[in-house]
Design a protein around this ligand. Structure first.
Ligand code: G16
Length: 554
């Protein structure tokens, strides 16, 4: 079809997916569009068009679309676009998505589409567009897929529906598809290929190590449950010195159970064990979120006293392990490890990285896309958000050194072999709970660490996360370049926060608008835990006084 025929097809198709009648502008945020599922049909339709344009812009390479609201409630849903190498959508296209999502009539959509097309400078001859997509277990996903297909068909994309997958599996498939016929294929282009790649490299990385005890995984009653079960079929069984992995919260047939009182976000924000927890003191537990791109660990001490091993802990554990391997392999001078964190990172973890591990640390805004870009600049970039979202990126320079170095001793060979396995065990496309679970287990086994020893590497500052549900979150903006640690607006709000914080020993607190919920998030840490509660409470009160509709979620 000609460009004008495509435009007409889009206008016609849009008549079946009218934009939800809300005054508020939709915005492509931290993780794409996210909202109540009944507002999303038009948005998902639009995202089909955006992904098609993106694919045409990159000469028909495959673009991914994931329908998920991850850690949010089951009534929510969302949609995000995955770029050619499995990374988050290129920023200029986020603007295209936001622009098209805020057009109110099919006719206007036609004209806006035409002007966007012109601006994107896509040659009329590049017609080919390839898109693949998947969804999580939310029941609304199936309905939204219809809207998505309508958008893709109207815009003229060829597509493959991969059904229900974890978000990182879709990222894997996008990268695998686009590298399939290149020099470095990422892996077989199938869900099966994903499991095979993880399992093979897990076995290789575990060759000289024995797992300690077992791990129990809370799958948040989401897609992580059936996918982890699939993965287990590819791993050696516990009786053959494999790792024993127990699964809880796997009720995907009960949609309302998703993330309810369980999952990584619940455990992290509430600092408590999830529903279904029956661990004894020092048993090792982990929680995924609703689309299995986050993982955190935790356990109870006698008491019981809850102990969290969050994204900061996985980052420090991983960075120290990779650092030790590089040392053993004789590569420490040639390949440097950096750790990338966000403002939510516990101050003690940053001090441990810089002073204990003597590694470089860097800060970015919240959102995997920001961390990922920073990690790309490092030789080996370990990035994790405190909430458990993260991975490790090996630069071409580091990969070359790891694969081409000639070992001078059996010890060097062993270190190199583990490093080689890690480069493929780790899902370098994106943070991945399944891959991060296996990575963490490999490290604990090699270091001979129980959860107690892992926790003992450094002592966290007492910290607290708060949230105030507000209707005006957009009035909270942060100073560019401050890694979201300073508010630019509302006026005088930062001064008020500074005044509060100054009263507490080693106090630190920041406020930022969530990109995934109608809420303002508050983080605080201080030398004493009674201080931190008091301080965060005061900051929350200040927010509520300003945002009159604010409701605190304690
Ligand atoms: C998404 C993003 C994460 C971010 C989280 C919370 O995670 O991918 O990078 O940390 O939202 O973001 P915010 O504080 O802006 O609401 P997920 O797991 O929900 O996709």
């Amino acid at each position: 079809p000609s460009e004008s025929e495509t435009e007409k097809a889009i206008v016609e198709a849009a008549k079946h997916y009218p934009r939800a009648n809300v005054a508020e502008d939709f915005q492509y945020g931290t993780a794409g569009f996210r909202m109540k599922d009944d507002l999303l049909d038009y948005i998902v339709f639009i995202v089909g068009i955006v992904a098609t344009l993106r694919s045409r812009k990159v000469q028909g390479q495959t673009i991914g679309i994931m329908i998920t609201a991850s850690h949010n409630k089951y009534q929510d849903n969302g949609v995000k676009v995955v770029d050619t190498q499995g990374e988050m959508l290129e920023q200029s296209f986020e603007h295209v998505a936001t622009q098209l999502a805020n057009v109110h009539t099919p006719q206007d959509l036609g004209t806006t589409y035409a002007s966007v097309l012109k601006k994107l400078n896509i040659p009329a001859t590049t017609k080919k567009a390839h898109v693949i997509f998947a969804r999580d277990t939310r029941p609304s996903g199936l309905r939204l897929v219809k809207a998505l297909k309508a958008g893709l068909e109207a815009a003229g994309a060829e597509y493959i529906d991969y059904g229900v997958l974890t978000t990182p599996q879709l990222h894997y498939l996008v990268k695998a598809t686009n590298t399939e016929s290149g020099r470095n294929p990422f892996g077989e282009v199938s869900e099966e290929g994903y499991y095979k790649k993880l399992a093979k490299n897990f076995v290789a990385a575990m060759e000289d190590a024995k797992p300690i005890g077992s791990v129990t995984v809370d799958c948040a009653n989401g897609v992580g449950a059936p996918k982890l079960k699939q993965l287990l079929k590819h791993l050696p069984p516990p009786e053959k010195s494999g790792l024993r992995i127990r699964i809880v919260n796997d009720q995907i047939e009960k949609p309302e159970a998703l993330n309810e009182g369980c999952g990584a976000d619940f455990v992290k924000t509430q600092q408590t064990t999830p529903a279904g927890f029956n661990g004894k003191a020092y048993d090792r537990w982990a929680s995924f979120d609703g689309d299995a791109d986050r993982i955190i660990y935790y356990f109870n001490e006698e008491g019981p006293v809850f102990r969290m091993l969050d994204g900061d802990r996985i980052a420090t554990l991983t960075a120290s392990f990779i650092g030790e391997l590089l040392q053993k392999a004789g590569l420490a001078e040639k390949v440097k490890v950096s750790v990338i964190q966000t403002a939510y990172a516990n101050g003690a973890s940053t001090r441990y990285i810089e002073q204990g591990l003597k590694l470089k640390s860097e800060f970015t805004d919240t959102g995997v896309k920001h961390l990922h870009h920073a990690a790309l600049r490092a030789d080996i970039g370990v990035y994790f958000e405190a909430n458990g979202h993260g991975t490790v990126l090996f630069s071409p320079h580091a990969t070359k050194k790891i694969f081409l170095s000639e070992p001078q001793s059996p010890a060097q060979l062993e270190a190199l072999n583990i490093l080689r396995a890690l480069t493929d065990l780790i899902n370098q496309a994106v943070g991945d709970a399944l891959s991060d679970l296996l990575l963490t287990e490999v490290i604990l086994a090699h270091k001979g660490f129980t959860v107690k020893e892992w926790l003992a590497t450094y002592t966290d500052m007492p910290s607290r996360l708060g949230k105030v549900n507000v209707l005006d979150r957009r009035s909270y903006t942060t100073v560019p370049g401050s890694a979201e640690r300073k508010l630019a607006s509302p006026q005088y709000m930062q001064e008020k926060i500074d005044e509060i914080v100054a009263k507490y020993k080693d106090g630190r607190s920041f406020v930022r608008a969530s990109g995934t919920e109608d809420a303002v998030r508050i983080y605080g840490e201080a030398a004493e835990s009674f201080d931190v509660d008091n301080m965060v409470e005061k900051v929350m009160e200040t927010i509520m006084a300003y945002s009159a509709q604010g409701v605190a979620q304690r």
